[in-house]
Design a protein around this ligand. Structure first.
Ligand code: MEV
Length: 424
């Protein structure tokens, strides 16, 4: 008997309860009872909340939250909650921070909390003239924007500046208006998108052009976070290690193939804190990578140099559009708890800590790569994952992992053999 191909056109799925939706998906995918029960366990996220955060909810995806120790940021000791599925990421921050704790830890700063919203005008008959006409309306634009969000203005934020650019495109010149808005403790997407949509018909009226897009830019280069730290030569194991790290940085600065991996390592730390605090990982990642290419080629987000005293000086600068209010940050109880652990009282303070974590992450990656290589450190954690994949449970996990590391072969088939041997 042939079974009909299941259809993905699950009409009315959005109107179903979570349990009803799950039942339909179980049916569609032919999931077994154990898998269905696993998905039905929503862990510590209230199903009603989950159901309101996104559409067509059937389950939650738990990611471990680890806490990085040894961090001192601007003179304050801070524990860093990090949500990540990747082994070694939390340990890397602990190690990097331990090695610069004695020399003062991390010093951080920001350029402010300004977001940019873009409005795209096409078919403007006289783009250069239109640009000037828009700039003349700055006071009017400010009043329109600020009226969109009186609470933001009350909190000290709101419209700050206006920029109008003419961008040459395959479809001719476009007049691109930038609204520059201080969004304070909000990530700010909603605030600036509303302003862009409000201003759009006015821009059409003033210029005779036609508006298409009205949306924030994730290249938040008016919302930069910076961190720096010094590692003494002694603390990191000598001049060879120091020079290896500097050389690794120079490689990344000169070669986009290496820079992509170098920056990926930085984002291992950055995104883990962004996720733990309920912020938008994709927005931060888009901003970081676009910023890394701002010179016209893709390069390193960090810089590594040797100080006059022969120590290692690291610094980082990247856009960090994160908030303490709005979206999942306020709603998700784990995000709220992580913010409490961090003890930050403003979006800028959060961004500064995240920049420090990015620098710490990069230090550890470059140190490992320039010395023993990363596999040695990764191996024992990786071996534990492989042991679990082979079916090891409880104490068996550490025992099978140790056997794999001792043999120098971390493979599931070997883990299964070890497990069988262990169980007699
Ligand atoms: C792995 O997730 C991150 C690294 O590849 C970063 C780097 O190469 O700098 C180790």
């Amino acid at each position: 008997m042939t079974h009909p191909t299941p259809t993905s056109r699950l009409s009315g799925l959005h109107k179903n309860s979570i349990a009803e939706r799950l039942a339909r998906v179980v049916d569609f995918a032919g999931l077994d009872e154990d898998t269905a029960q696993h998905l039905a366990d929503m862990g510590n996220l209230d199903p009603h909340l989950a159901d309101h955060l996104i559409e067509n909810v059937i389950a939650t995806m738990n990611v471990p939250v680890g806490v990085a120790t040894n961090m001192k940021v601007d003179g304050r000791d801070v524990l860093i909650p990090m949500a990540t599925e990747e082994s070694s990421v939390v340990a890397a921050v602990c190690n990097a921070a331990r090695q610069c704790y004695g020399s003062g830890g991390f010093v951080t700063s920001t350029s402010g909390s300004l977001m940019i919203a873009q409005v795209q005008l096409v078919d403007t008959p006289d783009p250069a003239h239109a640009r000037i006409r828009i700039l003349e309306r700055k006071a009017e634009i400010q009043a329109l924007c600020d009226a969109c969000d009186p609470l933001l203005v009350e909190l000290g934020g709101g419209f700050r500046d206006l920029e109008v650019r003419i961008v040459d495109t395959a479809g001719g010149p476009m007049v691109i208006t930038h609204l520059i808005v201080d969004t304070r403790d909000a990530m700010g997407a909603n605030a600036v998108n509303t302003m862009a949509e409000t201003i759009a018909p006015h821009l059409e009226g003033w210029t005779g052009g036609r508006v298409y897009l009205r949306i924030l830019s994730n290249l938040a280069d008016r919302r930069l976070a910076r961190a720096r730290a010094t590692w003494t030569c002694e603390a990191i194991g000598g001049a060879d290690v120091r020079d290896g790290i500097v050389s690794a940085y120079r490689f990344a600065a000169a070669d986009p193939y290496r820079a992509a991996t170098h920056n990926k390592g930085i984002m291992n730390g950055v995104s883990a804190v962004v996720l733990a605090t309920g912020n938008d990982t994709r927005a931060v990642e888009a901003g970081a990578h676009a910023y890394a290419a701002r010179q016209g080629w893709y390069s390193s987000l960090t810089t590594w140099e040797v100080t006059a005293d022969g120590d290692l000086a690291g610094s980082i600068e990247l856009p960090l559009a994160v908030g303490l209010i709005g979206g999942a940050t306020r709603l998700h109880p784990t995000a709220r708890a992580c913010l409490k652990i961090l003890g930050v009282d403003s979006a800028e303070a959060l961004a500064r800590v995240i920049a420090a974590v990015g620098l710490a992450q990069n230090f550890s990656a470059l140190k490992a790569l320039a010395t023993t290589g990363i596999q040695k450190g990764h191996m024992s954690l990786h071996a534990q994952n492989i042991a679990m994949m082979a079916g090891a449970q409880g104490n068996e996990i550490a025992q099978v992992a140790a056997a794999l590391v001792a043999q120098g072969t971390v493979r599931v088939d070997i883990a299964k053999q070890e497990l069988a041997r262990l169980r007699g």
